[in-house]
Write a protein that binds this ligand. Structure first.
Ligand SMILES: NC(=O)C1=CN([C@@H]2O[C@H](COP(=O)(O)OP(=O)(O)OC[C@H]3O[C@@H](n4cnc5c(N)ncnc54)[C@H](OP(=O)(O)O)[C@@H]3O)[C@@H](O)[C@H]2O)C=CC1
Ligand SMILES: CCCCC/C=C\CC(=O)/C=C/C=C/C=C/[C@@H](O)CCCC(=O)O
Length: 329
């Protein structure tokens, strides 16, 4: 019998999640039935979506939602060999049993030199978000100017690099000087610390006096209300996330955007990356190639220990991560 450790949502979050909102429990796993496999989580992802989704999709006592890279420990399923690695969507669990449905084997071309945790970040859901958000929603064209916020994060850092590969000028913002320095290292043309600029309006004008063709919005709120006024005519806004609002107990009341939308004839489109689940392989193949060519660089904020999952999650929401926030079991 294997004892699995799991993190449950003890109490729905009010404002920023607190350690006391979580509970660490143990579950005895049964023996495998035919067709089943036993897996152990090796890397787990902590992502912003868990904050709003927990409110919408979970009840108190549920195991926290999330994805992991897991190794197959025992298998009664011929499609999955012991020792292989998969991406699973099984929540905050140290071990779990699966019937194989919803498991994605890591691409066979995955080189030993590359950390498998990238399958949760740059070459996983966040990287795919950047890929499809840029190519399918922003529809960026060479020579255009792209703006991205939360730019030093899992999604934003890939957005900026893909936009550079696509021949665009790229402006990024992040919440610390170290993150800004990282953006410059990644090849962003302009980068600024939105927490320390005296005026966001001036910072956006200085970074791109002609304005922006594409705005990849990860943050929402006040930033977006200002940025929309810097869009060029026929600009496109990909509404990817609104992390500035996820922890609000009282919803923010932003100024209205209709006038710039009409006057500049903007297109603004919200999206969820699962829209392109049927093109996952295409995106992963392209991202893996760019990583191996050194055209897309990555950084992971790795927290050691399953017991530190809540801390990693809260830290990410507070901006303590540079690159993808990962927990190594
Ligand atoms: N639509 C989709 O399918 C998907 C959407 N997303 C969204 O993309 C966004 C980025 O996700 P991801 O890259 O995984 O996360 P990150 O790795 O970027 O980590 C979150 C970052 O958000 C920034 N942040 C946190 N609070 C605020 C705030 N109040 N104002 C401004 N910035 C803040 C912090 O960076 P900083 O130091 O810059 O403040 C923090 O590091 C999120 O909104 C997420 O929900 C992600 C995946 C899929
Ligand atoms: C309930 C209100 C939601 C408002 C928008 C919030 C967040 C946007 C966002 O971050 C969405 C992320 C979606 C992620 C989906 C992840 C899962 O499907 C697991 C993916 C696993 C994988 O395929 O690698």
């Amino acid at each position: 019998m294997v004892t699995a450790k799991v993190w449950v949502l003890k109490k729905h979050f009010e404002g920023f999640p607190k350690p006391s909102d979580f509970d660490l429990k143990k579950i005895e796993l049964p023996s495998l039935q035919n067709g089943e496999l036993l897996l152990e989580s090796v890397f787990l992802s902590v992502d912003p979506y868990m904050r709003p989704y927990s409110q919408r999709d979970m009840k108190e006592g549920d195991i926290m939602i999330g994805t992991q890279v897991a190794r197959i420990v025992e298998s009664k399923n011929p499609a999955f060999a012991v020792g292989a690695f998969v991406v699973a969507n099984s929540g905050w669990r140290s071990h779990f049993i699966s019937d194989g449905k919803g498991l994605h084997l890591l691409p066979s071309s995955w080189p030993e030199s590359l950390p498998k945790s990238l399958a949760l970040g740059t070459v996983g859901m966040p990287g795919l978000t950047a890929y499809f958000g840029l190519f399918e929603v922003c529809k960026m064209k060479p020579g255009e100017t792209v703006l991205v916020n939360a730019a030093a994060g899992a999604v934003g850092s890939v957005v900026g690099q893909l936009a550079k590969i696509g021949g665009c000028k790229v402006v990024g913002c992040a919440g610390s000087d170290d993150k800004v320095a990282y953006l410059k290292k990644l090849g962003f043309d302009e980068a600024f610390n939105y927490k320390t600029v005296t005026s966001l309006d001036e910072a956006l004008s200085k970074a791109s006096p002609d304005g922006y063709d594409c705005f990849f919005d990860n943050v929402g709120g006040e930033f977006s209300s200002v940025a929309i006024n810097h869009m060029k005519k026929h600009g496109r806004i990909a509404v990817c996330g609104a992390i500035s609002q996820y922890n609000d107990s009282v919803p923010q009341k932003g100024p209205y955007v209709q006038i710039p939308m009409i006057f500049k004839e903007l297109r603004m489109e919200g999206f969820i990356v699962t829209r392109w689940n049927n093109r996952r392989e295409e995106g992963q193949k392209a991202l893996l190639k760019w990583v191996l060519e050194g055209k897309v660089k990555f950084h992971e904020q790795v927290t050691e220990g399953f017991e530190n999952m809540p801390a990693a999650f809260i830290g990410m929401l507070r901006g303590e991560n540079l690159g993808k926030a990962i927990v190594k079991v």
